[in-house]
Design a protein around this ligand. Structure first.
Ligand code: SAH
Ligand code: SF4
Length: 409
């Protein structure tokens, strides 16, 4: 990924491997997290149950955040037992966790039903200048990724498979339950209100969301449903490597989600060196799709720009970027992101170079921000936790003693 995390020092103590829990094979069971309320009602009709029963189940899953049909006390026992045999509330298992020392960032490694591994992150933000505290979940949309960006740990794994809508929803519910059970309050801010729910969702984990378009949209609609989780579309962000058809499709959905485009270079030649997708979709095509998106939605587009020292952070690059985005006027915003360290040999620029880059963008009238250092001390870029976990599982020491905590470095 790609996560919105900063800092790269590992924090071994915060990481543990949970034992594999025994699970019944779930392949044949229906994952209810992948269904809209309407689809759940249809399924209940097929079971010979009235629609209001489906609404009760939806309420238990998304309002009460239960994980077990046995807890659904207003359902007849026979129906609860039937559901437990035929359905699941998610099909993911936590295999490893990291918490930053300040507990503002929590990262989990999830095992899917077929054994594949994905990462999700919870980022907690204290109340700032009158605004409320935020709890942002960063989810994966695929296991691996087909696009092979050179600075991205996930990109170096290759593509494994798309996630189902239920697998995307499950990542959000995991953290929602965690916060419900133990609301978070920023240390050192005694008067501040604790936060007990998810406020924002970003698709900036492993994978390319627009490559898994239908399942991603299904997940967003489920999470947006007022009868269910009820997370506002304006609090959701889809981040894409820049797939023009997907960008245009998104503009027609009537769902007011935010769009972020991973640009990372101001010209095709430079971009192709780090982002192979550029050979298929040159910048002109990506920008044309963004123009259409803006015309259809009147919404601002964020352009993510991972700053790689000595690669794309020069004043020349800043001028080119300013010229490239100037036609989009106030509809373009650049988010400068000092690169997180991965196995690849990239370094973030120093503060002076970042300030110079941003000043040039301002001269071109392009609004911009820099992703704030969070002072995190856990594996920064997404894909790293999984990479380390897999390497650790393969090592002879790990195989001989699986109860040992993982050693990240
Ligand atoms: N595939 C989508 C979404 C996942 S990546 C996309 O590329 O947009 C989310 C963001 O993290 C992207 O902007 C991506 O380029 C960025 N990213 C990837 N590796 C990174 C790294 N090592 N440091 C900082 N950002 C990174
Ligand atoms: Fe990583 Fe996104 Fe590029 Fe895929 S498209 S390799 S997830 S940055």
């Amino acid at each position: 990924m790609a996560l919105a995390l900063e800092g790269s020092t590992c924090y071994n103590e915060g990481m543990m491997i949970r034992g594999r829990t025994t699970r019944e094979p779930s392949a044949a069971r229906r994952d209810l997290l992948g269904l809209t309320l309407k689809q759940l009602e249809e399924w209940f009709r097929e079971l010979g149950e009235p629609a209001y029963r489906a609404r009760q189940v939806y309420n238990w899953i998304y309002k009460h955040l239960v994980t077990d049909f046995a807890a659904m006390s207003n359902l007849p026992l026979s129906l609860r037992e039937h559901l437990a045999r035929e359905a699941t509330i998610g099909q993911v298992t936590v295999r490893s966790e990291q918490h930053s020392k300040d507990d503002r960032t929590r990262k989990i490694l999830l095992e899917l039903a077929d054994g594949r591994l994905i990462e999700s992150v919870l980022m907690l933000y204290p109340p700032l200048r009158g605004s409320s505290a935020r709890a942002t979940v960063c989810v994966s949309s695929q296991a691996g990724c087909a696009f092979g960006c050179t600075f991205c740990a996930t990109g170096q794994m290759g593509f494994e498979r798309h996630l189902s809508a239920g697998e995307i929803v499950a990542q959000v519910l995991h953290f929602a339950r965690e916060l419900r059970a133990a609301p978070w309050r920023a240390r050192g801010l005694p008067g501040s209100q604790p936060i007990d729910h998810i406020t924002n969702l970003v698709l900036m984990g492993m994978g390319e969301p627009l490559h898994n378009y239908d399942n991603v949209m299904q997940a967003l609609r489920i999470l947006n449903s007022p009868e269910g989780f009820n997370l506002g579309a304006r609090h959701m962000t889809v981040s894409t490597v820049g797939l023009p058809q997907g960008i245009r499709r998104l503009s027609q959905e009537g769902l007011q989600v935010n769009l972020a485009i991973s640009l990372h270079a101001p010209n095709d030649e430079l971009r192709a060196q780090t982002m192979p997708v550029t050979r298929k979709y040159p910048l002109a095509e990506v920008l044309a799709a963004c123009q259409d998106y803006i015309a259809a939605t009147r919404r601002q587009v964020t352009f993510e720009y991972v700053l790689l020292a000595g690669v794309n952070d020069s004043p020349v690059c800043a001028h080119q970027l300013g010229e490239l985005l100037a036609p989009l006027k106030q509809y373009a915003h650049v988010n400068c992101i000092p690169v997180n360290k991965t196995a690849a040999d990239y370094r973030p620029p120093g503060p002076e170079a970042i300030r110079r880059f941003r000043d040039i963008l301002f001269q071109h009238g392009v609004s911009n921000s820099v992703r704030a250092e969070r002072g995190d001390d856990i594996d920064a870029a997404c894909g790293q936790l999984r990479t380390r976990f897999v390497a650790q599982q393969r090592s002879p020491l790990a195989r001989s003693n699986t109860a040992e905590p993982a050693r990240s470095r």
